[in-house]
Design a protein around this ligand. Structure first.
Ligand SMILES: O=C(CO)COP(=O)(O)O
Length: 218
């Protein structure tokens, strides 16, 4: 049985690297809740309700449910082969950051996807430092940008230059209406994966506009 877990998260991302002029904004709202519970449903059920994207490797699946890199990679390959897009989450725990292991952890999680996915066309990478998710403690723009650049560089060296430039890398973890503007200014932050703030209409609109404004200004 293959299960893809759903999240209540909302994702905003856009293409900027490929066509600087063309603005693409997508809003993905997943209908089922209980991200950290074991409520899962099959790919067939997801497609049946019109779902186009799944979030895989979210920290709650990794650290609460106990899914490992290889299992998450297999789910990603399965979802892609079934025609779903994948938001591939990576990110370090606080103790891993403090031990200077942020890049190692992210690259290892990334490799588990890269080893098995048939193509990168329908993958968005979400960098979500675990210590920033739902804590109100957002990564600084510099901290996030540093990891996003490293991820792009990893893709360049280990997958291809084309995939590195085309793949959208979005940031998640306590993004809100006040911090989105500075984060969105960073060159390699292509959008956001938003949890709590997506439930607040006007604030969510501010986050959407922060990415839109960035590219319009560019
Ligand atoms: O987990 C998240 C998105 O998947 C982020 O949640 P918050 O925006 O509430 O920190």
């Amino acid at each position: 049985m293959h299960f893809i877990s759903l999240s209540a998260t909302t994702s905003i991302d856009f293409m900027g690297k490929l066509t600087q002029k063309y603005l693409f904004l997508s809003l993905i709202v997943f209908c089922l809740l209980y991200d950290s519970s074991d409520s899962s449903c099959s790919v067939e059920q997801l497609k049946d309700i019109g779902c186009k994207w799944v979030i895989l490797g979210h920290s709650e699946r990794r650290h609460v449910i106990g899914e490992d890199d290889q299992f998450i990679g297999k789910k990603a390959a399965f979802a892609l082969n079934e025609g779903l897009g994948v938001i591939a989450c990576i990110g370090e725990l606080l103790e891993e950051r403090e031990a200077g292991k942020t890049f190692d952890v992210c690259f290892q999680q990334l490799k588990a996807f890269a080893d098995v996915v048939p193509s990168w066309d329908n993958i968005v990478i979400a960098y979500e430092p675990v210590w920033a998710i739902g804590t109100g403690k957002v990564a600084t723009p510099q901290q996030a940008q540093e990891v996003h650049v490293a991820v792009r560089d990893w893709l360049k060296k280990n997958v291809s230059e084309e995939v590195a430039s085309k793949t959208r890398i979005i940031y998640g973890g306590s993004v809100n209406g006040s911090n989105c503007g500075e984060l969105a200014k960073e060159e390699d932050i292509d959008g956001f994966l938003v949890g709590g703030a997506s439930l607040k209409g006007p604030e969510f609109a501010t986050i959407v506009n922060s990415v839109t404004t960035k590219k319009v200004a560019a």
